[in-house]
Design a protein around this ligand. Structure first.
Ligand code: NAD
Length: 285
C-alpha cells in the first residue's frame, strides 16, 4: 500500500515534530488537535522551525511554503479517515489512547495502519481497544523528532508482517533510522536509559557529588556527549520521573530495586527544584 497521506493525532511537542518531518518528506498530513487554537499553535511552531531551517540554509523559502501547504489541520478525529497511516501522539494515558484507537479503527480504511508514539505504555493494550490489532504498531520517535534520527518500530504479537514492514519502510522513507523491537516495557532506549540515569542521580547522594561534577565525570570519563543531570533537565524531571514510574510498574521485581530508589531521589530533587525556582533544573543555565 502506498502511503501518501498521514494522520497525526495530537500536535503537542511530539506530534508537531512528527508532522513537520512528514510534510518535509513530501507527504500530505492531516493534523488533529482537540481545538483549532491548539492546531494553530502547532502550525506556528512548525513554521518557526522551518523558518530557522531556511535561515540556516537547510531548505529554501519555497520548500518551506510547500511543506506548510501540505499540512491540513482538523479537530474532528474522523477527518483522518482518508489517511493510509495514522500516528497517534496524544497525552500519555492508556485510557485516552485506547479511546482514540477505538475511534480511529472505526474511521479509517480497513488496510490503514495505526501507529502509537507511546513512550512507556503497552502497544498490545492499546491495540486491544480495536477489532483489528494486526494493523497496530508502535512508532516511537524521539524528542525533538525533526532532529533525532531514531524511530523504534514496535511489533506486538498481533501486528501483521505486512503492517510492520510498511511502518519500518515508512520510517526510512521520511529519513529516519528505524530499529525493530518487540513490545516490551521501555522498548530499547528507555529500558536502558531510564535505570541508568536513575543510577547517576543516586550517585549524587551516595558519593556526595554535585550534579555538575557527575556530568563532567560522565562526559570526560565515559565520553557521553551530555551529562546525565543535564540530560534529565533536557527531558524534563517530571517527564523522567513519570517514565521511571511507568517502567517500574511494568517491570516490577525484574527492575533492580536501586533503579526505583533513584527514581525517588529524582522526585525529591524535582521538588527541591520547584521550591528553589520554577523552571530551573539540576544545572542552572
Ligand atoms: N516529550 C517527549 O520527550 C516524548 C518522546 C517520545 C514519545 N513521547 C510520547 O508522545 C506522546 C505525546 O507526548 P508529548 O510530549 O508530545 O505531549 P504534549 O503534552 O506536548 O502533547 C499531548 C497532546 O495530546 C493532546 N491531548 C491531550 N488530551 C487529549 C485527549 N483526551 N484526547 C486527544 N488528545 C489529547 C493534546 O492536545 C496535545 O496535542 C506521549 O505518548 C508521550 O509519551 C514523548
Amino acid at each position: 500500500m502506498e502511503i501518501s497521506r498521514v494522520g497525526v493525532v495530537g500536535l503537542g511537542t511530539m506530534g508537531s515534530g512528527i508532522a513537520q518531518v512528514c510534510v518535509q518528506a513530501g507527504l500530505e498530513v492531516v493534523g488533529r488537535e482537540v481545538t483549532s487554537e491548539l492546531g494553530e499553535k502547532a502550525r506556528s511552531r512548525i513554521d518557526h522551525y522551518l523558518s530557522r531551517g531556511v535561515e540556516k540554509g537547510r531548505l529554501t523559502q519555497d520548500e518551506k511554503e510547500a511543506a506548510l501547504g501540505r499540512l491540513c489541520l482538523v479537530t474532528d478525529l474522523t477527518e483522518v479517515a482518508s489517511c493510509q497511516l495514522v500516528i497517534e501522539a496524544a497525552f500519555e494515558d492508556l485510557e485516552v489512547k485506547r479511546g482514540l484507537f477505538a475511534e480511529l479503527a472505526a474511521a479509517v480504511a480497513p488496510d490503514a495502519i495505526l501507529a502509537t508514539n507511546t513512550s512507556a505504555l503497552s502497544v498490545t493494550e492499546i491495540a486491544a481497544s480495536t477489532e483489528s490489532p494486526q494493523r497496530v504498531v508502535g512508532m516511537h520517535f524521539f524528542n525533538p523528532a525533526p532532529v533525532l534520527p531514531l524511530v523504534e518500530v514496535i511489533r506486538t504479537a498481533q501486528t501483521s508482517d505486512e503492517v510492520f514492514d510498511a511502518a519500518y519502510a515508512f520510517a526510512q522513507r521520511i529519513g529516519k533510522e528505524p530499529v525493530a523491537c518487540n513490545d516490551t516495557p521501555g522498548f530499547i532506549v528507555n529500558r536502558i536509559l531510564i535505570p541508568l540515569l536513575n543510577d547517576c542521580v543516586r550517585v549524587l547522594d551516595e558519593a556526595r557529588v554535585a550534579p555538575e561534577d557527575v556530568d563532567r565525570a560522565m562526559r570526560f570519563g565515559a565520553n557521553w556527549p551530555i551529562g546525565p543531570c543535564a540530560l534529565i533537565d533536557l527531558i524534563g524531571i517530571d517527564v523522567h520521573v513519570h517514565a521511571s514510574e511507568a517502567l517500574h510498574a511494568a517491570l516490577g521485581p525484574s527492575l533492580p530495586r536501586r533503579g526505583y530508589a533513584a527514581t525517588r531521589t529524582a522526585r525529591a530533587l524535582a521538588w527541591r527544584r520547584c521550591e528553589l525556582a520554577a523552571g530551573a533544573g539540576f544545572c542552572p543555565a
